[in-house]
Ligand binder design. Structure first.
Ligand code: GLC
Length: 471
């Protein structure tokens, strides 16, 4: 099957979060299954762009509202990622350093989507499916079906994968003219709550919709940032497919970012060496249990609870653990967490940045990973942690409930709690301290986690089955 993944980000070309990891891995595993999956994304100005060779495969132009744009599609020349990677360049619009966060993001991503369809509509053959990812690409199903210029490709099956339904890409009706001429009888497809809502529109117009875990799909039926009724109405075409992790990238046995490679057989010594190195770097005592948090410092991840939780935990058990934070996000949270750096020198530290290498070293060297997320569509960090023998402490929500089982339950291996609250976090950290000192149990848990198979093979096939159902 020929599959086109359309996404705002894709690892290693550009990454702000888990979406990039998924779009960088899923096509690779689909190709291993004998398919022909490719990715098309905006041409962000990243290191990967400059470090690699590209060829121009298409040039075109289109108008959006009263503006006229030329675009170029470039392709990475060497198939380095085990799938073809295409980038859309629109001068001054897409060729920027960051993926999101500009005032004209609506214009940028609308233009990106139009360029993708302009390109595909000029192919001599028809791909078997277009898989859109998140709201930045969710107008494609509408445009395919209802914009006159794409009539001849309107029967290409299209699926929408939702990695996060909190962000919906809302845009005012005044921007309805951005889309190429469309059948105005269909305005209702664009509309949700008096505005154009690209995510809602994608849910209505795609042939199939999936979230990145079954648990998250269940949750969206009840709580979906205003789209609950829509999910219920469209329930028939909705399903959840659990993400995998890329075992080629996330493998403690071969990971080149970490000091000492290890496997299920020698994890004890291997983790310790990595822990010592990490602790040396941050001035921690490697004898103490090491907790980490890695991720975006935003409300969804309940990062705002961290400062109070940390302060209270140190008040209660100072000298008994270390805590290291890596992430960036809301300035207020960043400031609070940074301010704590001087408070428990030798026990606490934080780095307000995105750092792929350090994150690998943290998964390898830490004992516990905290994920108190309020919303977690799948969550990859808990899976990375488990693969590296680090016990996840997670709130029971979305994909976290689907992937982590409390060690108090039969065959359990993680620590789970119910509420995104400081009290629940503290309770779980106390349980973690207890587990840390029960070496026999801790080793059982580590071994069990490292043996779990969260690889992409199975899920990549589930996506293929989904596409097959709409051929
Ligand atoms: C988003 C979600 C995260 C998920 C990832 C990949 O970042 O917040 O839970 O794992 O997408 O699907």
């Amino acid at each position: 099957m020929e599959i086109i993944h359309v996404s705002a980000e894709c690892y290693p070309m550009a990454k702000t979060g888990g979406l990039a990891d998924v779009v960088g891995a899923l096509p690779k595993y689909q190709n291993k299954l004998g398919h022909f999956a490719k990715v098309v994304m905006p041409m962000h100005r990243t290191k990967f762009l400059y470090d690699n060779e590209w060829e121009v495969v298409h040039k075109g132009s289109f108008s959006m509202g009263t503006f006229y744009y030329d675009f170029t599609i470039i392709k990475e020349k060497t198939n380095k990622l085990d799938f073809d990677l295409y980038c859309v360049d629109i001068n001054g619009m897409l060729d920027r350093e960051r993926v999101y966060g500009y005032d004209d993001d609506t214009e940028r991503f609308t233009a990106f989507q139009i360029a993708v369809l302009e390109w595909v509509s000029r192919w001599e053959h028809r791909p078997d499916v277009i898989n859109c990812h998140d709201h930045h690409t969710a107008l494609i199903p509408f445009m395919l079906h209802y914009c006159y210029s794409y009539n001849h490709i309107s029967t290409i099956p299209v699926t929408l994968t939702i990695h996060n339904a909190q962000y919906q890409g809302w845009m005012g009706w005044n921007k309805g003219t951005y889309l190429p001429a469309w059948d105005s009888w269909r305005w209702g497809m664009l509309e949700w709550d008096h505005t154009i809502n690209p995510l809602a529109c994608g849910i209505k117009c795609a042939d199939k919709v999936n979230t990145v875990s079954p648990g998250y799909m269940d949750e969206l039926m009840r709580e979906a940032n205003g789209l609950e009724a829509l999910f219920n109405y469209e329930r028939g075409k909705c399903s959840g497919i659990l993400n995998g992790i890329d075992y080629a990238v996330w493998n403690p046995g071969t990971d080149t970012y970490i000091l000492d490679n290890f496997t299920e057989k020698d994890y004890d010594a291997g983790k310790l060496l990595n822990k010592k190195q990490l602790c040396r770097e941050f001035g921690f005592d490697a004898e103490l249990p090491l907790f980490i948090f890695i991720g975006r410092l935003v409300g969804e991840k309940a990062a705002d609870l961290l400062p109070e939780a940390i302060i209270r935990m140190y008040a209660e058990a100072k000298d008994q653990f270390s805590f290291l934070i890596l992430g960036s996000g809301e300035p207020a949270v960043e400031q609070e967490l940074t301010a704590l750096n001087n408070r428990w020198v030798g026990y606490y530290n934080s780095r307000m940045e995105y750092n792929e290498k350090l994150s690998h070293q943290m998964y390898a060297g830490a004992d516990f990973l905290l994920m108190p997320s309020r919303v977690e569509p799948c969550g990859l960090n808990q899976m990375y942690a488990m693969r590296y023998g680090t016990v996840p402490i997670v709130r029971r929500t979305g994909g976290l409930s689907d992937t982590v089982k409390d060690y108090g339950e039969q065959n359990g291996y993680g620590i789970c709690f119910n509420n995104a609250s400081v009290d629940d976090i503290l309770h779980s950290m106390r349980r973690a301290l207890e587990l840390y000192h029960d070496t026999k149990k801790l080793n059982e848990v580590r071994l069990a986690m490292m043996q779990i198979k969260n690889s992409w093979e199975v899920s990549a096939q589930r996506y293929i089955d989904l596409y097959s159902s709409i051929q």
